[in-house]
Design a protein around this ligand. Structure first.
Ligand SMILES: [Zn+2]
Length: 395
């Protein structure tokens, strides 16, 4: 299949044509190509949602008002109760529904944390793995084996995480080794041993704030270094980076750089502290973002639109200048792709033809307006137009 996208503006640069053949971007279009007029739209590589929880969305199951009390522990308890009460809850079907939504909004790559624990075993993992296979033609997906209910406080969890990695999880996750488990050494030693054994990446949820989170980052750095996992570890949320004194932050940045540890922030709501994006970027820390839970028991506001997510991160950081706003778009594109190790990502010749057209004059305007995507292409095939799928839905 050969297509010429005429009249498009890669990353908001000079208007040009872009040719696609056999799923790749090519420098010269072969004869007989189908011509699509881009109408001067900005072309971006496919959006990357590199932190999600698509196994437990309640999308398509009616409007679900938020019912949990405050605090991570009560949100977890509320979720377990709610999911156990839905007799026909299917992680495979639900994750496929999220994928449909993401594709329509221009997302071509996602990394999702999938719940694993003694109560549900590997059921969610198997369901999402089924979806990962079923949607390969439209989404590159990575699965993180995620201990949502804790590790050391839930005997049997480490064994389940190990099995998930043996069965094809791409990364091992973790959760507040101090706040949830009160055993940082136990949790982190267990997780890093699994990463070492299976050669998988590490991506740890760290909500613990201030010095509690900072000490955990120290311990993550120590283990990353000891096991030679430089460049293969990420920390998600890392609220502590927005809630420690300045000299402590400087020291932590040094450790992140030393082991090339990437940081995910999705621009949390309310008065939650979060990593300072501009400062971390300027220091050279790799940053990425994601939707987190979409329409699940943790709250209804996340939509799965990565341009809107970039807007939220920009808003929370108080960004106004184009170059600052564009930084959040980098997090939702190249930053996430880098963390996922997406080969051939970008708009240059020979890159995989995963791209999205957005009606905007500049990358900053694309973030600010986040209009319905004009066109979405995955491996050279048009999969969505004007915000709607043009292929058979998966969910
Ligand atoms: Zn999360």
């Amino acid at each position: 299949m050969t297509i010429i996208l005429k009249n498009i503006s890669p990353w908001g640069r000079a208007v040009t044509d872009l040719a696609v053949s056999d799923g790749r971007i090519v420098s010269e279009a072969p004869a007989g190509a189908q011509v699509i007029d881009g109408g001067g739209a900005i072309a971006l590589p496919g959006l990357v949602d590199a932190h999600g929880h698509i196994d437990k969305t309640l999308l398509g199951m009616g409007w679900r008002p938020f019912t949990a009390a405050a605090g991570v522990q009560s949100m977890i308890a509320n979720e377990r109760r709610l999911l156990s009460e839905i007799a026909d809850f299917s992680p495979a079907r639900q994750s496929a529904r999220v994928v449909d939504r993401m594709v329509a909004r221009g997302t071509t790559h996602c990394r999702t944390h999938v719940d694993i624990g003694p109560d549900i075993g590997l059921a969610h993992f198997h369901g999402v793995a089924e979806t990962r296979d079923a949607v390969r033609d439209r989404m590159d997906m990575q699965i993180v084996a995620f201990p949502q209910t804790g590790v050391m406080t839930r005997p049997g969890t480490l064994e389940l995480l190990d099995r998930a990695c043996a069965e094809g999880a791409d990364a091992i996750g973790g959760l507040d080794p101090i706040g949830i488990d009160q055993d940082p050494k136990g949790q982190l030693d267990g997780l890093f041993a699994i990463a070492d054994r299976h050669g998988v990446e590490v991506d740890i949820h760290l909500h613990d704030r201030g010095e509690v989170g900072a000490v955990t980052l120290d311990m993550i750095h120590e283990r990353t270094k000891a096991l030679g996992l430089k460049g293969r570890v990420a920390v998600s949320h890392a609220f502590c980076l927005g809630s420690v004194p300045d000299d402590r932050l400087a020291g932590l940045i040094g450790k992140l750089l030393d082991q090339d540890i990437a940081i995910m922030t999705h621009g949390p709501s309310g008065d939650t502290p979060f990593p300072p994006v501009r400062r971390l970027h300027d220091a050279g820390v790799r940053l990425f973002t994601g939707s987190d839970g979409i329409r699940d028991s943790w709250g209804p506001l996340n939509s799965g639109d990565m341009l809107q997510r970039a807007f939220i991160v920009a808003y929370r950081n108080g960004f106004r200048r184009d170059e600052d706003i564009a930084l959040t778009l980098d997090m939702a594109t190249t930053g996430g792709a880098q963390v996922m190790g997406a080969a051939g990502y970008g708009l240059d010749p020979d890159c995989t033809a995963d791209l999205v057209l957005v009606d905007a004059e500049t990358p900053a305007e694309a973030v600010v307006e986040h209009p319905p995507r004009r066109l979405v292409m995955k491996r050279g095939r048009v999969v969505a137009e004007n915000g709607r799928l043009t292929i058979e839905p998966a969910g």
